[in-house]
Design a protein around this ligand. Structure first.
Ligand code: C5P
Length: 402
């Protein structure tokens, strides 16, 4: 969601400055173009070379030439779409609140009209000081967003409020703030990952699904303002702000989906559910024998979770996925009809540059009585945004009798 956004990351002098390195990596990974500005105090905690390497650009004001100098802060201020001040010390907060511009960072901050996100990091007593709280109130009044610190272990050796938010939370917060709230007041239930069906205490049957598409849908839906529940058979880290239910088998996934189905408005089955499970799971590890070169496992069909959910459907908008290695559209069209869903997203898993385990995807969206819609190769986050935008339009246009 931050693709091609111009982000100016201002680092001030706090021990949390080391976290600015992973913050930069995540912003770059999200497609943003990042320029880093460091105060002199910040350079005592983390080197400009680290930040230059990660942002792929020189660090301000380190290498501004004499020719640039008279206008560099204005050029940077005008270039900026989003300014993030992380970590923000009590000192830089005080300067921003009072319009003090006595170095490159504070001068550029005073000059920029871009959206500003201040991410404080400081000692709890400095945070609670009335002067700091007054300055934060001033910044909020001036339209600056404060991403509040949490209670955590401080560098001083004790726990207190002042712990800077984790880089992934900061990226999610900024992405949410720049995302249209298309799913505000909506509840979204998503399944993700490949189920694992046990054979014995050691082995299981699974598939190549990573869960990345389902997780991207969960993350973007949350950023669009939805309350998101993720039923996951994947080990990926939980997206911020998403409620997670971890499952292993198809039967556990079905129970979790059934338990949550009624109260949700949009239900997306992005999981790769095993079609079959082992009929008799061995209680002890199955040993290889010298007299038998073959081992037969009897499999029994798993329930089709999506098809059973469609039978319970009341107001829910129901979405299925179809991973196909041949006859993509014909097979997907059949599933759209047979599973009685509102939307089917068809995935060509034979493509080398997309699909299973890839960070990218290319899909075709099918809906009953509508022309199919191709979503071109893009990051799974971008594909998720496009799918959820289509869903939000469908819900908006849906008449109560539909
Ligand atoms: O029939 P197929 O497995 O190709 O259908 C894919 C869609 O059905 C996906 O949305 C998948 O999550 C769902 N599914 C299911 N239960 C199964 C198998 C697939 O809900 N047992």
């Amino acid at each position: 969601m931050l693709k091609n956004k111009h982000i100016a990351l201002y680092i001030s002098g706090s021990i949390a400055a080391y976290k600015a390195a992973s913050l930069t990596r995540l912003l770059v990974k999200a497609g943003a173009i990042v320029r880093v500005i460091m105060t002199t105090a910040a350079t005592n905690f983390i080197t400009p070379l680290t930040m230059q390497t990660l942002s792929k650009h020189f660090v301000y004001p380190q290498q501004i030439t004499t020719a640039d100098a008279p206008v560099a802060h204005i050029a940077l201020a005008d270039w900026t779409d989003i300014a993030i001040i992380a970590p923000a010390t009590a000192n830089i907060i005080a300067k921003m609140a009072n319009g003090i511009a006595d170095d490159f960072a504070t001068t550029a901050l005073l000059a920029t009209t871009a959206a500003k996100f201040v991410v404080p990091a400081m000692n709890e007593h400095m945070w609670n000081n009335p002067a700091t709280q007054h300055n934060l109130t001033t910044l909020r009044t001036n339209g600056v967003t404060i991403i509040e610190p949490t209670v955590g272990f401080l560098a001083e050796g004790y726990a207190g409020k002042g712990h800077m938010r984790e880089p992934s939370d900061i990226v999610n917060y900024v992405a949410s703030a720049t995302m249209p709230a298309l799913l505000a007041n909506k509840k979204v239930l998503i399944s993700a990952g490949g189920t694992k069906e046990p054979i014995d205490p050691v082995r299981y049957i699974t598939n190549r699904s990573s869960g990345k598409m389902g997780y991207a849908l969960a993350q973007v839906a949350q950023q669009m303002g939805a309350q998101v529940t993720l039923v996951s058979a994947s080990t990926l880290p939980t997206p911020p702000g998403v409620t997670i239910h971890k499952v292993t088998t198809a039967q556990q996934m079905q129970t979790a989906m059934n338990d949550n189905f009624k109260q949700n408005d949009i239900v997306i089955m992005a999981a790769a559910v095993a079609d079959y499970r082992v009929l008799h799971v061995a209680t002890q590890k199955i040993k290889k024998t010298t007299d038998n070169d073959q081992l037969n496992l009897k499999l029994v069909k798993n329930p089709d979770i999506l098809a059973t959910l469609s039978q319970q459907k009341t107001h829910q908008y129901l979405v299925g996925f179809a991973a196909e290695s041949q006859n993509l559209l014909a097979n997907a069209q059949k599933k759209l009809i047979n599973k009685h869903v509102d939307m089917l997203v068809a995935n060509d898993i034979s493509a080398k540059d997309a699909g299973f385990n890839s960070d990218n995807n290319r899909v075709t969206v099918l809906r009953p009585h509508q022309a199919s819609q191709v979503l071109l190769l893009a990051s799974k986050q971008q594909i998720a945004k496009e799918i959820l935008t289509i869903i939000s339009n469908e819900i908006k246009n849906k008449k109560p009798c539909d």
